[in-house]
Design a protein around this ligand. Structure first.
Ligand code: ATP
Ligand code: MG
Length: 320
């Protein structure tokens, strides 16, 4: 059964009451002689009922309009786009003003909790990455170094037929060490701490180009304002995930990374690949993770893409 609106329910009750009152009044009124007089009386009663119902509808609609607006805002609100609030006009009924204020307070609390929760998750993730990077560097890298040294020492004593084999094993071990160090650097961007954001981004983009063969350029405009460690990390990680998507999904031949600090700080990663239709829920963590990170530092992430048109990921810091 279709649920009826509050307005139609109140109207139905009121109409019933008005009609019942009119019927009782008609029955109780003293009889006047003549058909014309009673027809006139009936007409008057019908007119009174219709105008009472009409007036009732107009008044109720006006009184319930703020509730309708509040419901529409509640349905529209999305915590992923914070800052939306319900508005109640000062002429709205007191209950609706209270409901609006309570709803807005609840939104503020939810947004704060969401940011706090997200921050804790990302902090834990970064700490875990740093720990794994340290372990890779300290344990696995040391072990590989020891293997290399022993291979070098053994190289002097082995028969000449085995030397070539040993050399190849050494090359493999050296490659494994390099890959390991690259992995450790990806996990923990020490370049950020050591050299600062701009050189760290420039070297990330250059490494990406070398590794993938995709023409990769880094451009910078304006003077970078003082950014917190968290903001710098967000810029670094968004670049990292965007580039990883470029190589995984776009088939691009060129990618341009741009960091502009004219007015607001904006990071743009633009590729000339196949593009895609953004907006659908993929259940993957890349784009949604970038969006979450952006929100944590009060920023905003936009994805501009369409099939066949390439993709631009835009991170605006401190967006309102
Ligand atoms: N630069 C791009 N070019 C073309 N398609 C893209 C690009 N970036 C993202 N996509 C599309 O958007 C989808 C979602 O990307 P997202 O990074 O969220 O997930 P993923 O890369 O598939 O997995 P994950 O990042 O979790 O390992 C991708 O599967 C891909 O179809
Ligand atoms: Mg991805």
């Amino acid at each position: 059964m279709r649920t009826r609106t509050l307005l139609s329910q109140v109207l139905a009750v009121n109409t019933g009451l008005v009609a019942a009152t009119a019927i009782v009044a008609a029955l109780l009124a003293p009889e006047k002689a003549g058909d014309a007089a009673s027809a006139q009386r009936l007409l008057l009663i019908a007119l009174a009922v219709v105008s009472a119902v009409l007036l009732n509808t107009i008044l109720l609609k006006r009184r319930l309009a703020p509730l309708d607006r509040l419901i529409q805002t509640m349905e529209r609100v999305d915590l992923a786009s914070p800052g939306q609030r319900a508005k109640a006009h000062s002429t709205a009924p007191r209950e609706i003003q209270r409901l609006t204020a309570d709803f807005n307070r609840m939104l503020t609390r939810l947004e704060e909790e969401r940011v706090e929760g997200g921050r804790a998750v990302i902090r834990a993730q970064e700490e875990e990455r740093a720990r794994i990077a340290q372990d890779l560097h300290d344990e696995v890298n040391q072990a590989l170094t020891a293997i290399l040294l022993r291979l070098q020492a053994a190289g002097h004593d082995v028969p000449p037929g085995l030397r070539l084999e040993l050399k190849e094993i050494q090359t493999l071990a050296t490659q494994a060490m390099e890959e390991l160090l690259t992995l450790a650097r990806t996990l923990r961007p020490t370049a950020l701490d050591d050299h600062g954001l701009v050189p760290a981004l420039a070297s990330q983009v250059a490494d990406f180009g070398d590794r993938t063969g995709i023409r990769s350029t880094f451009h910078r405009h304006g003077d970078l304002p003082n950014l917190s460690d968290e903001e710098q990390l967000v810029l670094y990680r968004v670049t990292q995930e965007s580039l990883s998507n470029v190589v995984q999904h776009s088939g691009a031949s060129a990618v341009r990374v741009e960091l502009s600090s004219i007015g607001r700080t904006v990071l743009r990663v633009r590729d000339d690949g196949c593009g895609f239709k953004p907006g659908g829920r993929t259940g993957r963590l890349g784009v949604s993770g970038m969006r979450e990170r952006a929100l944590l530092v009060g920023g905003r992430l936009n994805v501009f893409s369409a099939p066949g048109e390439g993709t631009t990921i835009e991170l605006t810091m401190g967006a309102s």
